[in-house]
Design a protein around this ligand. Sequence first.
Ligand SMILES: *Cc1c(COP(=O)(O)O)cnc(C)c1O
Length: 389
Amino acid sequence: MVTNKSKVYLSSPHMSGHEMKYIQEAFDTNWIAPLGPHVDAFEREFAACVGVHGAAAVSSGTAAIHLALRLLHVKEGDTVFCSSLTFVASANPIVYLGAEPVFIDSEPETWNMSPQALERALQDAARAGRLPKAVIVVNLYGQSAKMDELAALCEAYRVPMIEDAAESLGSSYKGKASGSFGRYGIYSFNGNKIITTSGGGMLVSNDQESLHRARFLATQARDQAPHYQHSQLGYNYRMSNVLAGIGRAQLEVLEDRVRGRRAVFDRYYEELSYLPGIQFMPELNGTFSNRWLTALTLDEREAGVTVSQVLASLADENIEARPVWKPLHQQPLFDGAAYYPHSEQESVSDRLFRTGLCLPSGTNMSEEEQTRVIECIVNVMIRKSSISA
Ligand SMILES: *Cc1c(COP(=O)(O)O)cnc(C)c1O
């Protein structure tokens, strides 16, 4: 019986309890600014954690993508390739710079960028003499994309890769940290991500020189002069020292959070995977997913219920669940943008959007709350399929 109808969130912030110590330190030393010792330490600790030479802490994941594109000299008239199945923030900075996005479909084994579709897109672009300035590869819901294949293609065409690891901090591909594959990697610390600073992001790279330039661009591109002189367009994108303190305390518990998210996934899997028509998001061999969100697809004919019926039943129980991201090539904002499906016959992202949903996956969700989610899904599926039988 469901008696407690308190809200179950999709993914809510989970503090470690040590954040206040760092915040207090920032206050005690009066480092209340978009720079300071916590920012420097957070960058060092983060870079060590994901195994890269350097990191630049910024105000959001979106800002980190914007800076990465600026570092690659993306400008008006350029094209940038980007995964289609993702949050809009992956592609918005392309448009900030007046460039044109070209969307690349997913493949079924990772739900991420299809090497097959990328290859066709690169061939066409090379033929037209208009190679993209960058390829933005997203690691959806914690699952790494097929990095070997995608990196080989980017190398063959000499196009730099930006890895959008906003959802995949703590994941790995063949033992190497997610986000450390591209020329640049970006992460997000938005409130719903696996660790959070309330809002924030990180740009990482092995190229310290370019990170130095990123910090310059992120602080209004102020030239070295005693007076305020500017010869380039900059932004106000640095992370606050107070928030970097929160980030340091959060980073300490990253491994715990990954373990927790995977445990949430495992329980859903154990208790729901027997149901007809349900398929969980795969974890590609050789990869380790942080399982940021548990995602699954529902074959409506086999299941006897529709995705919207399941979502509606969950909402009735005050449970927050979501469809899978609406592919960007379907967004009115990007009307007219080119799109490369996985194959001529199949658009994988469109299928995942029609059949996919994400379940509450926060590590501070109680066992009882997860039971409510599971019971609700079991009930709606058994009820509906017995009506239609
Ligand atoms: C959250 C997210 C972003 C943007 O991060 P913000 O910190 O919210 O700007 C970018 N890409 C993906 C895939 C995301 O999930």
